[in-house]
Structure formats: C-alpha cells, structure tokens
Design a protein around this ligand. Structure first.
Ligand SMILES: Nc1ncnc2c1ncn2[C@@H]1O[C@H](COP(=O)(O)OP(=O)(O)O)[C@@H](O)[C@H]1O
Ligand SMILES: [Mg+2]
Length: 406
C-alpha cells in the first residue's frame, strides 16, 4: 500500500498506475522509450525518488541498465552488472524481491556503483521482471532518499508493474526478432539471385570443362582407331574401347552436371587418385603426377579437379608439349595446384586471353578457372612465355572436408 492513503484510495491509485503503465507500454514498440516512461511513472506513483530498469542478457548472464529516471537516464546503456552481482544481480539470480530499509552498505548483496550515487538514497526495493510464463527478463529497482518501510503490498504493486513491463519487453523482443528475420530473408533472396547466376556460370563451365572435353578426347581416340583399322585392328579395337570408356565418362559427367553434382570420380576415388586418373586420360600427353593425399570440402575439390582438367585440356589442345607436370600440395592453410608444360606458351598479356569472349570456341576455360579461384577466396596465376611453355597455378585456402556423421 502507498503510505498516507486509506485502503480504498490506495487501491484506486494502484489501479491508475497499472493502467498508465499499460498506456505507456501500448504507445509503441521502442523498448528503450517504454522503459524510460515506465521508470518515470513508477517513481511518480509509488512515491519513490528513482527507478532503475535492468534488462537481462540471457546468454551473457548480465544485467544492463536500460531505463532510469533523471538524472540517471544518462547512464542508460553504460551500466552492466553480472547476474549475482549487487542487489539487482542477487534478485535476478534468486528470482525473488529484495527490500533494504536502511544501512544497505552492511547488506552483503549490496555493491556500490559510484555513477548511481547510492549514498544519496536510503531505502530500496528490487523486484524481478518476470513474464507470465515465468521467464526472467530483468530487474526493476526503486530507491528513496528518506528512510521508508516498504509494505508487502508496495512490493506486490511493483511486482505487478514489473509483470506488465515483462510483457512489453517480450513483445518488443519478438518484434525485433521478426524484423531481423525479415531482413535476413531479404538478404537471402538477394544472395539466391546471385547464387543462381553463379550456378549457371558454373554449369556452363562444367559442360565446357567436363563433357565437351571428354568428347574432344573421344574424337582423338576415334581418329586413332580409324587410322589403325586397315593396318592394325588390335590397336583400333583398343582405341575404340578407350573411346567407349570416354563416352561413358562423358555421360556420367553430363548426369553429374545436370544434377549440379561434382565429378562422380571424386566421390569414388578421392582427390589425389582422381587427379592421377585424370592425368592418364590424356593419351597424347606425358604427364608426371605429384599429388599429395588430401581431402577437402567438396566444392574445393571440385574446383581443383576442374582446374586441372581445363589446364591439361589446354595443354593437349594448344601447347604441343613434350612433357607436363601436375602437382598438388598443401602449404599450411593453402592448397596449390600447378600444371606446367614445356610447350608453345602464349602471350598472357593479350587483352582477350582468359576472359569471356576471349580466344577459343567459348573463351570460357581460363576465365572459368579464374572465377572458380576467386569464388573460393583464392587466385589463379598464369605464367607463359611464347616458345617456353605455360604454368597455371591455382592457390586456394585449405577448406577441410565436413565431418560426416558418426
Ligand atoms: N598450355 C597452353 N599452351 C599454349 N597456349 C595456351 C595454353 N593454355 C591456354 N592457352 C592459350 O590461351 C587461350 C585461352 O585458353 P582458354 O581460355 O582455355 O580457351 P580455349 O581453350 O577454349 O581456347 C587458348 O586459346 C590458347 O591460345
Ligand atoms: Mg581451354
């Protein structure tokens, strides 16, 4: 009960306070304004001198001052207590009110915070701010300059106010969360569009690097077979058999590209063995293979494999090389793939080289490699001198494979 009033007048005043709290709370969803308004209302109507509203940060287990009556309103946002620290921390920890009538420095729960000028105030009540579902969201404190005995009904009234405030805090948080989610969804939609574009480019790259190039090899084997038929049917048969294998592989690649999957051989053999098998799928090239056994995230392995595939294909198509070296190694957090040939080389400074619309049937190859590298946060370096060979080096961050369950 509020002092100096009869029971009826007190009850009426309490009802008025609660209804004004409801008004303040319904006025909007800006939590800080609500808490400020509530703090002022509480001091006015409970005949106290200052009111503090601390909000609980559940994860950090701290209380933050978010509402206060002047002159302490300037402290809002800058005072933080650990749960268990000070009277408010004790209330948060125990979930029950604390009343200190005088001599609070003697109370073991009390902690002096210079900015809040505890020496100017004598008596205090601190109540937990609890939602209807029993979830603690903060602590509300009132202080008086003069010594005051707070009655049980005073404490009860403050608890009712705290209950209303808890509802408002929960609403504001729900609203905030909804707004955040809406924003995230918008960002996600944007990313989706970007990702779709990338995926289209990737698919175009897969068709160019995988299927088209298998068909190029297929063509080589078929010509070799055709040449060998009259003179050496055994060689012709062997070339046809290789051609059949390549046709099957091209079909697999096509299925994989359609399903947006990575080269099936990677799943079956792993990266090192896949690169080894890839190197030997170019019968016209003498490839020395030095690949480290390492496993990475699927998309990183795919990028390495595709880059090696396109680089070797370029050697086969353009270099007229005596020998080729394919190397894969890891240096701390980076993985390096290198394809070096001793062939014709070319002028890398030519403006159109390696960019869409550049030389070649699609101009996709080098540009695609570069794009893949950049998508992975890496880079593609080209070193070529006309007449002295070409080295393609892909450097990407080492991305460990996701742990499969179990
Ligand atoms: N290893 C290489 N040796 C010689 N020239 C190369 C090599 N790699 C690429 N090139 C040159 O760079 C050009 C661009 O290659 P790329 O982007 O893969 O397109 P494409 O292979 O479809 O022509 C090739 O047309 C070729 O002139
Ligand atoms: Mg190419």
């Amino acid at each position: 009960m509020i002092p100096g009033l009869g029971a009826d007048a007190g009850a009426e005043r309490e009802a008025r306070l609660l209804s004004r709290v409801v008004d303040t709370i319904s006025a909007g969803l800006d939590l800080d304004r609500i808490l400020q308004g509530v703090a002022t209302l509480v001091t006015e109507t409970t005949d106290t001198d200052v009111c503090f509203v601390h909000l609980l940060d559940d994860r950090a287990r701290t209380l933050q001052l978010r509402g206060a009556t002047p002159p302490f309103d300037t402290m809002v946002g800058s005072i933080e207590l650990a749960v268990g620290e000070g009277v408010a921390g004790w209330v948060a920890d125990h979930g029950e009110p604390a009343v200190i009538v005088d001599n609070k420095t003697a109370d073991p729960r009390y902690r002096y915070i210079p900015a809040l000028r505890g020496e100017d105030f004598t008596s205090m009540v601190s109540v937990p701010v609890v939602t209807p579902l029993g979830h603690l969201v903060g602590v509300l404190n009132v202080h008086t300059r003069e010594r005051r005995e707070f009655s049980a009904s005073d404490v009860e009234l403050l608890r009712s106010v705290a209950g209303l405030v808890a509802g408002a805090i929960e609403n504001a948080r729900l609203h905030r969360r909804l707004a955040d989610r809406e924003e995230a969804l918008e960002r996600f939609a944007e990313r989706m569009v970007e990702w779709q574009e990338q995926e289209r480019r990737r698919l175009a790259g897969d068709i160019h690097d995988g299927i088209s190039q298998r068909i190029v090899s297929l063509f080589f084997h078929l010509s070799a077979a055709a040449d060998a038929i009259p003179a050496d049917p055994a060689v012709a048969a062997e070339q046809v058999a290789r051609a059949q294998e390549l046709a099957a592989a091209a079909l697999d690649e096509a299925r994989s590209a359609i399903a947006g999957l990575r080269p099936p051989v990677l799943d079956d053999l792993g990266l090192a063995a896949s690169l080894d098998s890839l190197a030997h799928s170019f019968p016209m090239l003498d490839v020395r293979v030095e690949v480290a056994e390492l496993r990475m995230a699927e998309h990183a392995e795919t990028a390495v494999y595709r880059t090696a595939q396109e680089a070797l294909q370029n050697v086969a198509k353009h270099a007229d090389a005596q020998s080729v070296r394919l190397r894969l190694s890891r240096h701390r957090d980076r993985v390096v793939l290198e394809v070096a040939d001793d062939g014709a080389g070319f002028d890398t400074a030519a403006p159109s080289v390696g960019w869409p619309g550049g030389p070649g049937p699609t101009g996709f190859g080098l540009a695609g490699m570069r794009e893949r590298a950049e998508l992975l946060g890496g880079q593609l370096d080209l070193a070529a001198t006309p007449g002295r060979g070409t080295t393609v080096r892909l450097t990407i961050p080492f991305l460990p494979a996701a742990q499969s369950g179990g």
